[in-house]
Every structure is written in C-alpha cells, then in structure tokens.
Design a protein. Structure first.
Length: 169
C-alpha cells in the first residue's frame, strides 16, 4: 500500500492504527503499517499479536510470529478463549510459550461466552479439577444461560454435587 494516505497515519495515534490493522486480520495491512512505523522509528509497544490472536486471525498471527519480534501476553490466550477461537488456541499452545496459569484462567472466559468446544479443550489443562477457576467457569456459564457448558462441566465432576444441586431443577 505504498501510496495509501501516509499523511493520515502521521496525524493519528499509532496505537489506534495498529489496533485497527490487527483487528482487520489482513497481513498486507499489518505489514504496511508496521514497516511504516519501523521507518519512523516508532517502538512497537502495541501488542499487535494479542489483537490478532484474540480475533482469531491465524494467518496474521503466524506472520507476526515468523516475521517480527512479536510477543504475545496472556491477553492473546484469554481473548481467543473468550471469542471461541479454538484453532488459534491450539496454534498458540504449539508455538508460543504461555504459563500454565494462563491456560487455567482461560476456561472461565470461554465458559462465560458459551464456547463449549473451547471449554472441553481447556479442561484437561486444569491442574486442580476442583479449582476456583472451574467454579468460576460454572458460575459464569450458569449466569449467562449456557446450559450446555453447565451440564458438561457438571458431568466432569468438576464440583461437589451439593454445589450444583439446583442445576437440574
């Protein structure tokens, strides 16, 4: 995008442009903007990879990982779980170092938004099957009316039966 309004990017906040480019998931837009930022000496403090991962833009996330000195924070995993992006979570697990506690926290975010497949995939990553994070996941799913998630978590004997006694009434 060599002639694509460079004067506009000078007059607006770089982080806003970076966020918009990342959210678009379009590699060519990201590449153009980040190369422009590099030429201007802008430092990359925008966590662009968090945004592409959260939105499930696998190709853009892979490009950032392979071609830039990009890192992602726990926000990438939490955002991907919250948005039900299972393929992204699987890729992050295989390619990006992520602390175990982040995987454990992600399950409550997936449950809150009713992403059963993501909850099922994250469940084996829970170090304590009766953890407060699983209780939180069950609570969020119940409050939001995600019965499939509630029933599945309960079927895993996630919590003592007295905690779930009202579920099937």
């Amino acid at each position: 995008m060599p002639g694509a309004l460079p004067h506009v990017t000078r007059s607006i906040d770089g982080e806003d442009v970076a966020r918009a480019a990342a959210r678009s998931g379009r590699v060519e837009v990201l590449r153009w903007f980040l190369e422009l930022s590099d030429r201007r000496g802008a430092t990359d403090k925008w966590h662009v990879m968090d945004w592409t991962a959260s939105r499930g833009h696998l190709e853009a996330t892979q490009w950032l990982w392979a071609n830039r000195a990009e890192v992602c924070t726990s926000l990438a995993v939490i955002g991907a779980a919250r948005n039900g992006r299972l393929e992204m979570l699987q890729w992050l697990e295989q390619n990006v170092p992520v602390d175990d506690c982040v995987w454990e926290r992600a399950i409550s975010h997936a449950a809150r938004y009713g992403h059963l497949q993501v909850v099922q995939w994250l469940y084996p990553k829970q170090s304590d099957r009766r953890s407060s994070e699983l209780r939180l996941a069950l609570s969020f799913a119940a409050r939001r009316g995600h019965e499939d998630v509630v029933h599945w978590l309960h079927s895993q004997r996630t919590l003592p039966s007295h905690v779930c006694s009202g579920i099937y009434r």
